[in-house]
Ligand binder design. Structure first.
Ligand code: AMP
Ligand code: MG
Length: 350
């Protein structure tokens, strides 16, 4: 995440009277920001809750990091086209769910998009001076495809040489769920867990007040377009073009790749998804960012627990919401007139 997302959560919460502001702890695991918050008058629970989050995120970071050649993800990538490797339950679940969201999104979410991420200069690669010609992109595209990721009870295997996985679009949501579910087992009544803008909340921020999350205006650092009331243990995630991007010939390309074309996605500025689980909100915010306004409802039709808000990269700002999203969303007065319904699904009814 981005600091801006952290800042916005803080700003919205500070709408409560100052002495009632939730107590929060912030740190920087997994190359991003994390916060855990509890109501002010339950601040004695904060260090235990933050402790659970810190150990969960540290355990998952060890599995996921590409900076350690012995992490499970590094070994899976190194063994591509050679042999399956033994994986832990966490890795197996993340990979299985990644394949599930690959199917659900018609390939818009693809955990094997890593060769393209590298090609375009995200994640440590070098951005090109001008957009690549089709042949270069086609060569990297041949090394992708989530159906080439084979997951069994105890092993995982990329069946072609040169392939690699990048769990950046789903791992933070998964980590939030693991932590949140542990806190539920510990019967923590009121808590918010946030990892890189992937949040899940339980209970209230203070007596009678649900957790309130600001949705950032992707065009203005210091404005929100509205707030989301998160109740019922729900999660929210945002994918945006304003945090991580490369500039090629003066044009901004977001760190999300369209796995069907191999090119970075253009035309979207921000997508926010509310769901029952953080992993679904995380995967679908990335997938909806790829398919854009016209096809978002087709994906949401297959995910009845998820609701979305999309902001295309155009002015004046348009804020398109699915029907279910309206239940949680309170537009800021200045933006209320810019909110409209997402176009309906075009998927034929069986
Ligand atoms: P998010 O911020 O959750 O939308 O995730 C973006 C990250 O997901 C990127 O930084 C990449 O690591 C990864 N990613 C990019 N494009 C895709 C895609 N089409 N499917 C799955 N993961 C992606
Ligand atoms: Mg995501």
């Amino acid at each position: 995440m981005s600091l801006p997302t952290a800042v916005w959560i803080a700003v919205v919460l500070s709408g409560c009277r100052v002495e009632k502001r939730p107590a929060s702890e912030m740190w920087t695991p997994m190359g991003t920001y994390a916060t855990v918050s509890v109501p002010a008058d339950e601040r004695s629970k904060l260090s235990v809750c933050a402790g659970v989050a810190k150990s969960t995120f540290a355990e998952l970071e060890k599995i996921l990091t590409v900076y350690d050649p012995n992490s499970e993800v590094s070994r899976l990538n190194t063994a591509a086209g050679q042999s399956p490797i033994a994986v832990s339950g966490h890795t197996r679940r993340m990979l299985e769910l990644s394949k599930h969201y690959g199917e659900l999104s018609g390939g818009a979410f693809d955990v094997t998009v890593s060769p393209l991420i590298q090609l375009w200069g995200f994640s440590g690669g070098q951005a090109p001076d001008k957009p690549y010609p089709r042949e270069i992109v086609a060569e990297a595209l041949r090394k992708t495809g989530y159906r080439h990721l084979v997951v069994s009870e105890t092993t995982a295997f990329l069946d072609s040489p040169g392939m690699s996985v990048d769990l950046g679009g789903i791992a933070k949501g998964y980590a939030v769920d693991v932590c949140f579910e542990q806190l539920l087992r510990m019967k923590v009544p009121n808590v918010m867990v946030n990892l890189g803008g992937n949040l899940r909340c339980n209970g209230v921020a203070r007596q009678g007040r649900p957790w309130n999350i600001g949705v950032q205006n992707p065009f203005l650092d210091d404005e929100i377009v509205g707030t989301i009331n998160l109740t019922g243990g729900r999660a929210v995630a945002t994918s945006g073009n304003y945090e991580r991007f490369v500039v090629i010939e003066g044009k901004r390309y977001a760190h999300i790749i369209d796995p069907r074309s191999g090119y970075p996605v253009e035309g979207m500025a921000g997508v926010t998804v509310v769901s029952e689980k953080a992993i679904e909100a995380d995967a679908l915010s990335t997938a909806l960012y790829v398919v854009g306004v016209d096809n978002a409802a087709d994906i949401l039709a297959g995910a009845p627990a998820s609701h979305a808000l999309l902001i295309p990269d155009e002015r004046p700002i348009r804020i398109l919401v699915s029907t279910g999203f309206r239940r949680f969303f309170h537009p800021a007065p200045d933006y209320a007139a810019n909110v409209a319904d997402l176009p309906p699904s075009t998927r034929p009814v069986d």
